[in-house]
Design a binder for this molecule. Structure first.
Ligand code: MTE
Ligand code: MO
Length: 414
């Protein structure tokens, strides 16, 4: 676990200086060099290698190590949805969570176009106007980052330190992807579709445009859309303007923002975000399992009022209706249970019936509680057709898909 200050942390033969938290100056000149691209990748991902920085390495926090400045820098860029916003069916503009690996790219919608190519009979190039003249649909879809819950892991994978706020539900407007792919005519041998964004960065020494592959069978599902509108407004820059992919039911990483290119592949996509990032594994040497659909989760709208500094919560005694939302991207929600005694006993909550108009949105739930003076720990747990949320952590080294139950300690006053 101790991968800090190891001999391999050398760059150009010079050591990282732990006293100044810096590399010797010369080492800051990062050399981007093209790596020969093997065959099929040449058209998919213009990947090069950038010298990895000491702090750019993946690592697990040391025991007792607090959130560091690098994590704070990520947390201030990538904001969560304040949990009181669970009250809205549709998350209001600006309250939806945001996660951006690199920088929000500068994209001029006037000159922007989308390329559809690869293993297709008829490659396409579409302007925004051409896309917007296609049949438009609006769909209410929940998005959740695969890293939601990461900061609560023990030990903590060092990355964007989400607590539980990396979630939101918006009304997305766009056009279904399947007919477009159909027009391009995927080859019989097509297996995956690669989606590339206009944003560029480096992760663990691999310089890349953000790109994700999706199995063709998933890409042609009717709910998968190319999206230019959010909550009745043009898609904002931070959410992927002018166009993003929407893959309802899948964790956030699949919903590629600032989309520029769709490439049908006759071989499995082997880009960084599928083969290295977004893997469920405990050992770094393991290949791991890919992160795909959203595991079930219930969140409680924290009741009462918070302490400014600690976010500890207080309530007055008496009847109170606990409320929240529940969702799953893999199977319908079957129920939500609530515990007010830290998980010792559970009772079913009332879950709003599934709304056929919004199959990909979260569902509201309520639970009547008579708050008596004292200290209580409120816990909510969702169950879908494949199982319930764990009450003990199930750890993986990237901190992905951690749907450990939420615990909300409250103090009920006299
Ligand atoms: N091009 C691009 N698309 C991206 C990302 C990114 O960094 N670049 N981040 C992904 C991740 S990890 C998540 S969780 C969602 C977040 O979408 P939002 O910021 O609109 O909530 O976008 C996904 N799409
Ligand atoms: Mo994410």
């Amino acid at each position: 676990m101790c991968r800090l200050r190891q001999p391999h942390d050398q760059l150009d033969g010079k050591a990282w200086n732990p006293a100044t938290l810096a590399w010797p100056l010369a080492a800051h000149r990062l050399t981007a060099r093209a790596v020969p691209l093997g065959g099929h990748q040449a058209n998919t991902l213009p990947m090069t290698a950038t010298q990895s920085t000491h702090r750019g390495r993946a690592r697990i926090a040391e025991p007792g190590e607090g959130i560091g400045l690098d994590e704070l820098a990520l947390a201030t860029r990538n904001h969560g949805m304040p949990l009181e916003a669970l009250r809205y069916d549709v998350t209001p503009p600006g309250l939806h969570y945001v996660l951006t690996h690199y920088d929000i790219p500068a994209v001029d919608p006037a000159t922007w176009s989308l390329e559809v190519g690869g293993a297709v009979a008829r490659p396409l190039r579409l302007t925004l106007d051409a896309l917007r003249s296609r049949p438009a649909v609006t769909s209410r879809v929940l998005l959740e980052c695969a890293g939601n819950g990461r900061a609560r892991y023990e030990p903590r994978p060092v990355s964007q330190p989400w607590l539980l706020e990396a979630v939101g539900t918006a009304e997305w407007t766009g056009t279904p992807l399947a007919p477009l792919l159909e027009e391009a005519g995927p080859a019989d041998a097509a297996v995956d579709v690669a989606f590339t964004g206009a944003d560029h960065g480096v992760e663990r020494g691999v310089e890349q445009d953000y790109a994700r592959g999706l199995p063709l069978a998933e890409a042609v599902r009717p709910e998968v859309m190319l999206v230019w509108g959010m909550n009745g407004m043009p898609l904002p820059p931070q959410h992927g303007a002018p166009l993003r992919l929407l893959v309802p039911g899948w964790y956030g990483m699949a919903h590629v923002k600032w989309l520029t290119r769709i490439e049908v592949l006759d071989h499995p996509f082997d880009g960084y975000q599928n083969t290295t990032a977004y893997r469920l594994k405990v050992d770094s040497a393991d290949a791991g399992e890919p992160v795909t659909r959203i595991a079930p989760r219930a969140l409680l709208t924290p009741p009462g009022w918070p302490d400014f500094m600690t976010r500890e919560r207080f309530l007055r005694p008496g009847p109170v209706t606990l409320t929240g939302r529940a969702w799953s991207g893999r199977a319908p929600i079957q129920g939500v249970e609530v515990s007010t005694d830290g998980g010792a006993t559970w009772s079913p909550a009332e879950v709003a019936p599934a709304d056929p108009a919004h199959p990909w949105a979260w569902r509201a739930w309520t639970f009547p509680w008579t708050a008596e003076p004292g200290s209580w720990e409120l816990v909510a747990r969702a169950t879908d057709a494949e199982g319930s949320q764990p009450t003990e952590q199930v750890w993986n080294r990237q901190g992905m898909a951690n749907n450990l139950v939420q615990r909300v300690p409250v103090t009920v006053l006299e």
